[in-house]
Design a protein around this ligand. Structure first.
Ligand code: PLP
Length: 555
């Protein structure tokens, strides 16, 4: 009788080979389907893929009304896969300039795939093995960049969850009973006005309430105005409220709002002293973008000045680095490797200065001690939101750290800034665009288009409507699958961070470190040609927009 072989992993692995073949086939079929989809287009738009797989507009309800339950042959299945990708952006394209989404490094994708292949749940080492150790190694590596030599943390599904962990830990610290008895109703959280919009929702989810999430106004440099912060805090403590957390900005997608951590920490200490508070608000840095600059913290300003880069770029790197010098007395920060760490979604880490977060985040019935750090005792479920805990982000982040390390990340960051600099210079050469964010510490490009021909036609010209109309026209092109830049719009952009001076601006987010000057020139020429075509069409009354652009706004 033959002994059944349960697994063929003794050298050959036909199932894996099958997987590789299927993967290859799926990839090329999806691209082939996209090209078929683009057959109506002309020239290079027919054969090349644009920054998006093409898509027609649709209605969710009518699509769902047609849902069937048939099963498909392998051939059909590969094509069905394409239906998922319609309208999906391709970060592989040089023309993908919409948001902070990188083309992930191959090594990082392989890491993510390998974690999928073995279906690793990083909840307990009893079955997740050393994936839990690697998770802590990622956290500690970044922690050590800022001398948090005892940091621990949690891999999670996105920057929003890093914030959720931070605010939850803050609540437990300020109201130790809350873990078992529920939260008191006198807690507030204060965040930088320019910080991410998800803080309110996080406060709502945790029972603090949206209205108890207050925003400290920013100064013209994107830092919280500390006088205003003091004012807000004084009002709150007079009301008998407690400030559970202050969420500082460590860089945002537009304008890179970034607090001066040393100044905030000093201010908080003085405030606690002055008002004799019996607690210190939890200080969290939302550095899901800014974490990459931590890699610069061990470098002096002189060392950075010696980088092979333009002064414009080096000055920004130095300024941002210096804003992060005060992290010693912060409590936690967030990291998104899928933003600027060359990883696929989603690869976020909540990082706590100490292992105390494990106590603060559990259900109140467990206290961590040293035995919890032994193999087979380390149990993430006590403090995590998930029990099925994805491990893809852990392995991809680790692969990036081990392949390029802080040096490689600094190089990438410098390249991104250099690319922004080149785009700004090119834009200034052309008369069509006006760069609006030269003061930003980030590498995004926010710019205005003047629509001079349209403006010359009428005094009642509505610039914002024209800008939105132009944006829609560009997005329609990209949705058809055309090889046309995919960029974005910023309604009500505050010029020089002045709330009384806003405009509908455009946004280009370069994420490819090696975008060449010729590509940049071509991208900008393509956009400015389109501006001319748009103006011509509007002036010929062909676009329904024309009434909106030239009609007096209803007052
Ligand atoms: C992107 C972002 C978030 C949210 O992170 P996700 O990974 O999208 O969940 C929070 N804060 C800032 C500053 C961000 O840029």
């Amino acid at each position: 009788m033959q002994i059944p072989i349960l697994e063929t992993n003794c050298g050959s692995d036909p199932q894996f080979e099958q997987f590789l073949n299927d993967l290859r086939k799926s990839h090329y079929t999806v691209q082939e389907e996209a090209r078929k989809h683009q057959a109506e287009l002309s020239g290079k738009d027919q054969v090349c893929l644009g920054p998006k797989f093409p898509v027609e507009s649709f209605n969710y309800e009518s699509e769902l009304a047609q849902l069937t339950e048939d099963t498909l042959s392998d051939e059909e299945l590969a094509k069905e896969m394409y239906s998922f990708f319609q309208g999906v952006a391709r970060p592989q394209s040089e023309l993908s300039l919409f948001n902070m989404v990188p083309e992930p490094m191959t090594t990082a994708i392989v890491g993510s795939c390998m974690a999928t292949l073995y279906n690793v749940n990083s909840l307990m080492d009893a079955y997740g093995g050393k994936s839990l150790l690697i998770e802590q190694k990622v956290v500690r590596t970044i922690g050590k960049w800022i001398d948090w030599n005892e940091s621990y943390g949690i891999a999670c599904n996105g920057g929003k969850l890093t914030m959720l962990y931070a605010v939850k830990a803050a609540i437990s610290k300020i109201a130790p009973d809350s873990q078992s008895k529920g939260i008191p109703d006198n807690l507030v959280v204060i965040a930088n006005e320019g910080g991410h919009y998800c803080v309110e929702h996080v406060c709502s989810l945790l029972g603090i309430g949206t209205e108890k999430c207050l925003r400290g106004i920013t100064d013209e440099y994107g830092k919280m105005d500390l006088k205003n912060l003091e004012h807000i805090m004084e009002i709150e403590i007079k009301k008998g409220n407690k400030i559970a957390a202050i969420i500082c900005s460590g860089g945002t997608t537009i304008n890179f709002f970034c607090d001066n951590t040393q100044k905030v920490a000093d201010f908080v200490d003085e405030f606690v002293d002055k008002h004799k508070l019996d607690y210190r608000p939890h200080l969290h840095l939302d550095s899901v973008i800014g974490w990459i600059y931590f890699a610069l913290l061990k470098k002096s300003n002189e060392e950075i000045s010696n980088f092979k880069a333009t002064d414009f770029v080096k000055n920004k790197l130095i300024e941002t680095k210096n804003r992060f010098l005060g992290l010693a007395t912060f409590d936690s920060f967030g990291v998104d490797f899928h933003k600027d760490g060359l990883c696929p979604y989603s690869s976020s880490f909540f990082v706590s200065k100490t292992a105390d977060c494990f106590n603060l985040l559990n259900d109140g019935n467990y206290k961590y001690d040293s035995k919890d750090f032994d193999f087979e005792q380390f149990r993430a479920y006590r403090y995590t939101l998930e029990n099925s805990k994805p491990s893809q982000g852990i392995l991809s982040a680790w692969m990036v750290l081990k392949k390029i390390g802080s040096k490689g990340l600094i190089h990438y960051l410098t390249q991104l800034h250099e690319t922004q600099y080149k785009i700004i210079k090119e834009m200034e050469k052309q008369g069509v665009f006006k760069v609006l964010n030269k003061c930003s510490l980030g590498w995004e490009v926010v710019f205005a288009i003047h629509f001079k021909k349209l403006a010359a036609e009428s005094e009642d010209f509505n610039h914002d409507q024209a800008a939105m109309g132009f944006m829609q026209r560009c997005w329609d092109k990209v949705n058809r699958g055309e090889v046309f830049p995919l960029f974005s719009v910023v309604p009500d952009y505050r010029i020089d961070n002045d709330r009384n001076n806003t405009t509908t601006a455009f946004l280009i987010y370069p994420m490819q470190g090696n975008l060449s000057l010729s590509s940049i020139t071509e991208i900008l020429n393509t956009i400015s040609n389109e501006v001319s075509l748009f103006e011509e069409t509007v002036l010929k009354n062909k676009e329904e927009l024309v009434t909106r652009i030239f009609e007096k706004p209803i007052r």
